[in-house]
Ligand binder design. Sequence first.
Ligand SMILES: [Zn+2]
Length: 372
Amino acid sequence: MFFKLQKTDGNARRGQITTARGTIETPAFMPIATQAAIKAGISPDDLNAAGAEIILGNTFHLHLRPGEDVVKHFGGIQEFCAWKKPMLTDSGGYQVFSLAKMRKISDNGVEFRSPIDGRKIFFSPEKVMQIEYDLGADIIMAFDECPPYPAEKRDVEKAVKRTTDWAKKCKSAHDALLKKAPLDQRLFGIIQGGVHPDLRKQSAEELCNLDFPGMAIGGLSVGEPNSFMYEICEFLDPILPKEKPRYLMGVGTPVDLLQSVERGIDMFDCVLPTRNGRHGNAFTSQGEVTMIRAKHARDDSPLDPECTCPTCTNYTRGYLRHLFKAGEILGMRLLAIHNIHFYLHLMRQIREAIENESFTAFKKEFLGRWKK
Ligand SMILES: [Zn+2]
């Protein structure tokens, strides 16, 4: 069985995803390895030490460089980057549609110019399936149209229609690839529809009919108020099948994770732990901390007294501040290690709270301590 729902607490769900490369306890957070590497110099050893069970690679970036043929030569993305556990690749839809001035969209796909060398590239649903198949991740995403926020409702409606058409094409192309040469790889559908409940419902129902093994919610966390994101998750919860994992793409802050788990989400990915770490910002049990502040200069306490990560075990706030002031790469690395550890520990606490049916109390206690 690919996904097993083990326990619920309100609408929060505790489950397990099983792939050939290992088990993923859910709710799960996936650190992002955009170019088959976690930014800030985080290695697979660091990820293992933090307890990561799955990471995400990016189809758009890996197609541009080094190319899926190179990754395939090494036996797939996991072998290529020496990460032995499960991986997920997103479809590149979000990145392609972010290239507003460099793309031409039709019902067949999107033509764009490579931001690296300017060459013309065409992404169709079939082409993206071939790329993701060659990259060889355990879970892959369908090619979707991700409209910006804000957008005219008629444009979002068009994107929903195109996303369903492309999801059908992705499914048959992927089925054909697996038939030709079997691979333990599962394709998820992506629900679009912006902030419009009627379009979200339409998109969810059309994609549910295609019977993907997992469902993703895309097109959120693109600039809309957070309350819209929570409302859409809450609205979709009863529409989505209980027995399949739900993945909220590109989300989010620790608060977003708690709010979305409460609304029935099982999987998340976000650049925040590494991006904030690179900029000297840490997530701690007491809220966010900016390392560059002068007040840390002679502070000999750890970054987060409640954290057991290597950064908090071995280094003082004063030293971390010095590394950022001096522009030393070690500072970015140490903060990213801590932030990833913090996110994965938060997910462990969330899972434990659901098991004990104390999720609401845990969320309240966490938010009470969390200072922006
Ligand atoms: Zn730490």
